[in-house]
Design a protein around this ligand. Structure first.
Ligand SMILES: *Cc1c(COP(=O)(O)O)cnc(C)c1O
Length: 359
C-alpha cells in the first residue's frame, strides 16, 4: 500500500531523550514539563473519574469549555478541545489545506507544523529566522494567494523568543484574508514580558485567527493530552465535523476542569519558573556559554560548533550526570541544547554538570 503524496516526506517526530545511564537521581529537563506536577485538585478530579471508566466522555466537553470560558473571559461556543493541542494543530491543515496549498512557519518553529502540513498533502514554506526570532516581515514576504495557514508559536519552542502584540497585529493585517493565522500560545502562562499578548483578542476581532493553548505545560497534565483553541465560528463548525467524536477522555476533561479553576497552582508555577529561569540563565552565562533570552519555561544554550565542547558532547556529558536535556538538531539548531526549568535540585544539578563539562 502506497501512502498518499507527502506522507513519506515526513521526518518522524523525534522526542527528547527520557532516560539517563546513571544509578543516582535523574532530572528530566528535556520536555518543558512543570517541576511542580499537576495541582492537587486536578489529581483528585482525575482519581474521582475512575468510577466512570465504562462511560463515554461528554463528546462536546461542555463543562471544560465552560470552565475555560469563565476563567479567561471567552465565549464557550468558540472554544474547541483536542487530544492535546497537537490534535488541533494537526486537523487545521487537513481542514484548510491540500495539495497545491502552502503553509507558512518559521525555520526554527515547532516540529509539529511541518508534520501536520505534509500529512495534509500541503506544501511547507519555511520562513528564515534571523536572530532566532520569528520574522513577521519574512512571513509577509513569503505569503502568496496559495497560503492557507501561517503557524506562529508565541513564545516559540525551542528558541524561547516571542513576538509583540504589535507584530502579531501587523502580521494578521498583512496576510491574505484567506490565510488562517494560528497563534500557538502553549507557553502563554509563563510570559510576563511587556508587549506580549496571547492572541485571544485578535481571535475575537478578526474572522481568520485561531489561538491554541494546552494543559500540558504550566497545568502539569501532559500525560492526559488536553488542549484547546479559541476560534472563529466557522473554524469551530469545521473542526467539530472532523475531530474524533470522543477526542478528550473523561478523566482528562475532569482533571482539566479542576486545573483551570485552580489559578493558584498556575501562579505558583509561574513564580517558580521566573525565579529559576533567571537563575539558570545567569549561572549558565557565567560559565561562558551564550544563553538566548527566553520568556518561556526553558532556555536555549549555544555550544561550540567544533572541538570538544559541542552540543552533542554536552548532551552526552549531562546525561552521564543524570541531567537529561533536549538536543535540537531536528529544529535546525545542532549547536544548541534546550534546557527546561526544573525543580531546584534539577536546576542545580544541570548547572553543576555544565560547570564540570566546561572546566
Ligand atoms: C508543548 C507544546 C505544545 C503542546 O502540545 P500538546 O499536544 O498540547 O501537549 C504546543 N505547541 C508548542 C510550541 C509546544 O512546545
Amino acid at each position: 500500500m502506497k501512502p498518499v503524496p507527502g506522507i513519506l516526506n515526513i521526518a518522524p517526530y523525534v522526542a527528547g531523550r527520557s532516560e539517563a545511564p546513571v544509578r543516582g537521581p535523574v532530572y528530566k529537563l528535556s520536555s518543558n514539563e512543570t517541576p511542580l506536577g499537576a495541582g492537587r485538585n486536578a489529581i483528585e478530579a482525575f482519581t474521582a473519574a475512575s468510577v466512570g471508566l465504562n462511560l463515554y466522555p461528554d463528546g462536546s466537553a461542555r463543562a471544560l469549555r465552560q470552565a475555560i470560558a469563565e476563567t479567561h473571559g471567552l465565549e464557550a461556543g468558540r472554544i474547541i478541545c483536542g487530544n492535546g493541542s497537537d490534535e488541533i494543530l494537526h486537523l487545521l491543515p487537513q481542514i484548510y489545506a491540500g495539495p497545491g496549498d502552502e503553509i507558512l512557519f518559521s525555520a526554527h518553529g515547532f516540529l509539529v507544523y511541518p508534520i501536520a502540513t505534509l500529512a495534509a498533502g500541503a506544501t511547507p514554506v519555511v520562513v528564515p529566522e534571523p536572530d532566532l526570532r520569528t520574522d513577521v516581515d519574512g512571513f509577509l514576504r513569503h505569503a502568496t494567494d496559495r497560503t492557507r495557514i501561517a503557524f506562529l508559536a508565541n513564545p516559540n519552542n525551542p528558541t524561547g523568543s516571542f513576538n509583540t502584540s504589535a507584530e502579531l497585529r501587523r502580521l494578521r493585517a498583512g496576510l491574505p484574508e484567506e490565510c488562517l493565522l494560528v497563534v500557538d500560545a502553549a507557553y502563554a502562562e509563563y510570559v510576563d514580558a511587556e508587549g506580549y499578548e496571547t492572541g485571544a483578542a485578535l481571535v475575537a476581532s478578526t474572522p481568520n485567527t485561531v489561538m491554541t493553548r494546552t494543559f500540558s505545560k504550566v497545568y502539569g497534565l501532559a500525560a492526559l493530552r488536553v488542549g484547546w483553541a479559541y476560534a472563529p465560528a466557522g473554524v469551530v463548525d469545521a473542526y467539530e465535523r472532523v475531530r474524533g467524536p470522543f477526542n478528550v477522555s473523561a478523566p482528562a476533561q475532569a482533571a482539566a476542569v479542576a486545573a483551570v479553576r485552580d489559578q493558584a497552582h498556575v501562579a505558583a508555577g509561574r513564580a517558580h519558573n521566573s525565579r529559576w529561569r533567571n537563575w539558570l540563565a545567569a549561572e549558565i552565562a557565567a560559565l561562558g556559554l551564550k544563553v538566548h533570552p527566553s520568556v518561556a519555561n526553558f532556555i536555549l544554550v549555544d555550544f561550540d560548533r567544533t572541538g570538544p565542547r559541542t552540543a552533542a558532547a554536552a548532551d552526552e556529558f549531562l546525561a552521564s550526570r543524570g541531567v537529561i536535556v533536549r538536543a535540537v538538531s531536528s529544529y535546525g539548531l545542532p549547536h544548541c541544547l534546550r534546557i527546561s526549568v526544573g525543580s531546584e535540585e534539577g536546576n542545580r544539578a544541570a548547572v553543576a554538570a555544565l560547570a564540570e563539562f566546561m572546566a
